[in-house]
Design a protein around this ligand. Sequence first.
Ligand SMILES: NC(=O)c1ccc[n+]([C@@H]2O[C@H](COP(=O)([O-])OP(=O)(O)OC[C@H]3O[C@@H](n4cnc5c(N)ncnc54)[C@H](OP(=O)(O)O)[C@@H]3O)[C@@H](O)[C@H]2O)c1
Length: 273
Amino acid sequence: MKYLLMLLTLVFVSCNSATNSKTSPSNDIGGEVDQNIEKMKNKVIIITGASSGIGEACAMAYAQKGSKIVLAARNLEKLKAVEQKIIATGSEVIAVRCDVSISQDCENLIEQTVAKFGAIDVLINNAGLLINKPITSMLDMDFDRIFDINVKSAFRLIRDLLPYLNSGAHVVNISSMGGVQGSSKFPGLSLYSASKGALAVLTECIAEELAEQRVFVNALALGAVQTEMLAQAFPGYQAPLQPNEMAGFIADFAKNGHRFFNGKILPVSLSTP
Ligand SMILES: NC(=O)c1ccc[n+]([C@@H]2O[C@H](COP(=O)([O-])OP(=O)(O)OC[C@H]3O[C@@H](n4cnc5c(N)ncnc54)[C@H](OP(=O)(O)O)[C@@H]3O)[C@@H](O)[C@H]2O)c1
């Protein structure tokens, strides 16, 4: 009997220490849905481009998890409407008017986030601009605008948020299938696709640099989702996914994906386009 008790004690201690010594990008990894919801409570999430489409849907997905949410976009009226919907769920939220191509706006976004919530766990660089024009009609300023919003803003936000990112934080950059080398390309989307390709390579590079600090950076190369931007790129096309469906995937990936991926570009697509 004495030996049986010793054996049981040993098994219990070794199971416990195995669980505790597991290394994972963050402490919020849970198996069960309820556990996951519990562990996303109080996590601080910044979502750019949160006034509509996929960004708004991501914000609502996090509201269901009880996270602390920072909404950023240019249209404050739309942001405030999203903010009200989130407040109704009981989650904490702030809406910050921010043009991600303007450095002072980004500084203000960071200041307001840190003042309200402290350190950040998840940044979703989702704000995006699409210009649908043949290359012969594209202007220099179109190039600058599209790269400022789709690439430079992600670089700037990651760099300037770094001191405030928790160990184990996850940055998710929203790229596009158009930015994946070798994927189908479409007339009119040259600069948009090139910018999304640049964002993907930037993701790989920054992930490498930040690995030691345990900040994880991945890009999701999205396929078609039914939003205003899709209608602009492919008028009349019916996408196989609605924003809330894609947002559910993005929110789960931003929460857990850095256990399995870092510096990766993951295609998330059911269709072409
Ligand atoms: N829908 C698709 O099929 C698809 C496919 C691949 C990738 N994506 C990517 O998914 C992301 C979300 O797009 P969506 O489809 O949801 O389109 P959307 O409904 O048009 O949303 C775009 C969002 O970006 C914001 N935004 C644009 N310029 C901004 C700026 N300068 N500063 C701050 N926010 C800005 C917009 O808000 P304000 O106008 O209020 O600023 C809006 O909230 C984009 O990065 C897009 O490239 C979408």
